[in-house]
Design a protein around this ligand. Structure first.
Ligand SMILES: Nc1ncnc2c1ncn2[C@@H]1O[C@H](COP(=O)(O)OP(=O)(O)O)[C@@H](O)[C@H]1O
Ligand SMILES: [Mg+2]
Length: 276
């Protein structure tokens, strides 16, 4: 029997991912990928609400990435690996994915990042309060000027090194479960997906510099566009961490630092706001 790893299908979005999206993506796009491996779905058990992925052999990063070290020990060349995976994700047509979700009865609002809804969400009571704990009113106001543009891609949302299983030149992307909100979205701007991988490596500035340089070079993203996306994803990661009981102060503080330092750079620019 094939070795498998199972995850609970807690949301209808998970069921659609395991039943429809992953098998479809694998069949249609896998042969065209240079690096990315979409995992095989071995079984879906709706009674037990379980989805089983094939268990892949390869290098994992659970020992080298932790909340308290931000990936300080992770090899620089994995930044190239992440970039190559994003190149492969760029082949997938987002309208096809959106269509599968819509046919599964899922509103695109739940799975796709939307900038104006993100800005509105920052004013909702609970999130507003948590932001106010660490950020000045002027910084919170600056978030309303964030700009985002470019292509949108389909991914697992939770796109960072721990969800990769590396096999020589290939990389399996695992952990496809649904997260509500703006932190992990199945459809998101390419620059946001890259920024998500970037902020998780807060303990490895060399890795971050390499990823950012490659993102600019390979995808024609500007420094300001990248910085805007890093602010969005660091804010979301901060809000996520402060909503959890096992908050890691070091990770949380690193996200606050990322946001504050980037917003300060925007303030020093001659043009107002954060327009790309
Ligand atoms: N299909 C798989 N094949 C091989 N390793 C896997 C697979 N799925 C997950 N893993 C490994 O197990 C770890 C935890 O699984 P994951 O699905 O990411 O759960 P979570 O992040 O919610 O704990 C991953 O970081 C990865 O190293
Ligand atoms: Mg994971």
């Amino acid at each position: 029997m094939q070795k498998a790893t199972y995850k609970l299908l807690n949301h209808i979005e998970d069921t659609v991912i395991y039943n429809d999206v992953l098998p479809y993506m694998k069949a249609k796009y896998q042969d065209g990928f240079a690096t990315l491996v979409i995992p095989d779905v071995v079984a879906v058990d709706l009674n037990r609400r379980q989805g089983c992925l094939k268990l892949y052999e390869g290098a994992t990063f659970n020992e080298t990435w932790g909340h308290e070290d931000g990936g300080s020990r992770i090899d620089l060349d994995t930044a190239n690996l992440m970039i190559n995976m994003v190149s492969d994700l760029s082949i997938i047509g987002t309208p096809i994915v959106e269509d599968i979700f819509l046919r599964g009865g899922i509103s695109l609002d739940t799975i796709a990042f939307d900038l104006s809804r993100w800005k509105e969400s920052l004013n909702s009571g609970d999130r507003q309060q948590r932001l106010a704990r660490r950020f000045d009113p002027s910084e919170i106001e600056q978030l309303q000027q964030i700009h985002i543009a470019g292509e949108r891609l389909f991914s697992n949302g939770d796109f960072y090194i721990r969800n990769v299983v590396r096999q020589e030149q290939k990389a399996v992307l695992v952990d496809w479960n649904y997260f509500k909100g703006f932190r992990c979205c199945y459809i998101d701007y390419r620059v946001n997906i890259l920024a998500f991988a970037y902020i998780h490596m807060w303990g490895n500035t060399q890795w971050q510099s390499r990823l950012r340089a490659l993102a600019l070079e390979r995808f024609g993203i500007s420094e300001i566009e990248f910085a805007n996306a890093a602010v969005i994803k660091a804010v979301e990661q901060y809000l996520f961490l402060t909503n959890n009981t096992d908050i890691c102060d070091m990770f949380c503080n690193a996200m606050v630092r990322t946001v504050k330092e980037t917003l300060a750079i925007f303030r020093e620019r001659p043009e107002p706001g954060c327009e790309a």
